[in-house]
Design a protein around this ligand. Structure first.
Ligand code: B16
Ligand code: MG
Length: 212
């Protein structure tokens, strides 16, 4: 029986994915590294550090650790500037809050399972924090999606087993993480390979129609 719902953050509850893209684009342009929207799709749900490794691999370029840290800090500074300029409670559609409230009223425990180290800032700025019983994010894990660690941590904070939880994701790395962890994955958006065993949904509203 399903008792918990674990939500990815970026691309599911908040649309900060465009800010990630723009911030990466700015730093990769500065460092003369090739990067486009296609490559950006591979970074969904992947940690900041691993995202850089993917782009370096695609460009067949190596970088020393100090330079990597510098680039990562520059990217995050630009990203945070976007969050501070653009992220207000109003950017969250009212329907998102209504769906979260309805799921809570139905008795589900809700958690966040996000790779982002900026999760606390995002939840504060959007005023989404009160809807969740547990937060598992990039600050609390060693291994990023597609490793299941972030979702296993979320389930354990809810005192539930993976079989008692579903995961809602927009990224392929997150769907793979959910499957590896033993969770039933729901996929939102167009970026997930149809060959993966997940249940597609077109909006969060669809979650209210499922008889878990
Ligand atoms: P940060 P999610 C992920 O969030 C993003 O999809 C991914 O693009 C980003 O690199 C990662 O968080 C780390 O974010 O730089 O803020 O720590 O989709 O797992 O909620
Ligand atoms: Mg995501």
């Amino acid at each position: 029986m399903i008792k918990g719902i674990i939500f990815d953050l970026d691309g599911v509850l908040v649309f900060t994915d465009e800010y990630h893209y723009l911030a990466w684009q700015k730093v990769f342009d500065k460092y003369n590294l090739f990067f486009d929207r296609n490559m950006n799709q591979k970074l969904r749900g992947v940690s900041r550090k691993e995202s850089l490794e993917i782009v370096l691999r695609e460009n067949k370029i190596s970088m020393d650790e100090t330079q990597k840290e510098k680039l990562l800090k520059e990217k995050n500074d630009i990203y945070i500037q976007f969050l501070e300029e653009k992220l207000t409670p109003e950017v969250i559609p009212q329907t998102t809050r209504e769906v979260l409230s309805s799921l809570r009223e139905k008795g589900f425990k809700l958690a966040i399972g996000s790779s982002s180290k900026n999760t606390p800032l995002i939840l504060k700025r959007t005023e989404l924090l009160p809807y969740f019983d547990a937060i598992s994010d990039g600050n609390m894990i060693q291994n990023s999606k597609p490793d299941p660690e972030v979702f296993l941590k979320a389930a354990s904070l809810l005192h539930l087993s993976p079989q008692e939880c579903v995961v809602v994701e927009d990224g392929e790395a997150g769907i793979v993480a959910a499957i590896r962890g033993g969770f039933m994955p729901f996929g939102i958006g167009k970026e997930i390979s149809p060959s993966l065993p997940y249940r597609p949904i077109s909006s969060l509203n669809d979650l209210l129609c499922f008889n878990f």
